[in-house]
Write a protein that binds this ligand. Structure first.
Ligand SMILES: NC(=O)C1=CN([C@@H]2O[C@H](COP(=O)(O)OP(=O)(O)OC[C@H]3O[C@@H](n4cnc5c(N)ncnc54)[C@H](O)[C@@H]3O)[C@@H](O)[C@H]2O)C=CC1
Ligand SMILES: O=C([O-])CC(=O)C(=O)O
Length: 259
């Protein structure tokens, strides 16, 4: 399987490292970066128009929400399936639908990995019957919220206890906190949609990892999933599980067993 990664940051480089360490049956044929003037041992591109020449089967984005549309359109048009990690891009009305239009025309797929989450299979299955409510709480250490609007909403360095600085819809959470709340759109797309899914964003001065608690109720029953994710050393905003989840998805596409 010919793989192209979009983004060579904390997640992208970790995905490549893990695939290599696990001898996954995958050829990394290119990486899309913003600055091609370096050597990582793989062909680098910075223009979506250059993607088709790499003949990818699968393109995996882990760059940022602005990368989703241009690289998604180029991937699907080039005959590759497209995986988006920066799912906050889908908080913008029409973005996902535009990608799905191109996917349909090219008989390709847009894949949304569970990323830092788990239990998305159960939530998406449960949503085949009516759901009454879905609530997703994200608790991260105070420093993980630095450089975001949370700095204006609370005194991150002066916190002595957990503080919820945002309580609203998944759409608004993903729009306002694109580096920390991509998962809001994953929960939303699996369940009740971006305007009916409730997000609570919490800074915790004592937390050492990123906690996700998803609670859902509906005709299927009730579910509650809690994950305590360790952050990636190279980016405390991102959970290590996100890279592992992408590796799982890639290996599932390349090997004979899907699990
Ligand atoms: N779906 C999920 O569960 C999660 C998603 N994420 C998202 O995944 C993405 C990657 O996260 P990290 O690797 O931790 O971030 P990072 O900041 O370490 O790396 C992102 C890299 O992408 C590059 N980049 C940005 N725009 C680009 C473009 N247009 N073309 C090529 N390269 C570009 C940056 O220069 C940087 O090297 C972010 O959008 C992050 O918010 C993060 C955690 C969980
Ligand atoms: O990695 C996480 O725990 C969640 C995250 O940053 C995101 O959804 O953007």
């Amino acid at each position: 399987m010919r793989l192209v990664l979009v983004g060579w940051g904390a997640i992208g480089s970790e995905v490549a490292r893990l695939l290599k360490a696990r001898a996954a049956p995958v050829d990394l044929v290119g990486v899309a970066v913003r600055d091609t003037a370096r050597d990582i041992g793989v062909p680098l591109i910075d223009d979506p128009a250059a993607l088709a020449a790499l003949r990818p089967d699968l393109v995996v984005e882990a760059a940022g929400r602005a990368a989703v549309m241009p690289w998604g359109l180029a991937s699907l048009s080039a005959g590759a399936d497209f995986v988006a990690a920066s799912t906050s891009a889908f908080a913008d009305e029409g973005t996902l639908e535009a990608l799905l239009d191109v996917a349909r025309r090219n008989r390709r797929q847009v894949l949304i990995p569970p990323g830092a989450l788990g239990g998305i299979d159960a939530l998406a299955a449960a949503a085949r019957l009516p759901l009454a409510s879905v609530v997703h709480e994200i608790v991260k250490p105070a420093p993980a919220w630095r450089g975001t609007e949370a700095e204006r909403l609370c005194d991150l360095s002066g916190l002595t206890a957990q503080h919820c600085f945002f309580d609203g819809t998944a759409r608004e959470a993903a729009r306002r906190f694109p580096q920390n709340a991509n998962v809001a759109l994953i929960t939303a797309l699996a369940g009740l949609g971006p305007d009916q899914t409730r997000l609570r964003l919490i800074a915790d001065p004592d937390a050492t990892g990123n906690r996700h608690r998803v609670t859902a109720q509906g005709d299927f029953g009730r579910m509650e999933i809690v994950l305590d994710n360790l952050p990636l050393a190279s980016n405390p905003k991102s959970s290590a599980l996100t890279a592992l989840s992408l590796v799982r998805l890639i290996e599932n596409r390349a090997g004979p067993l899907v699990i």
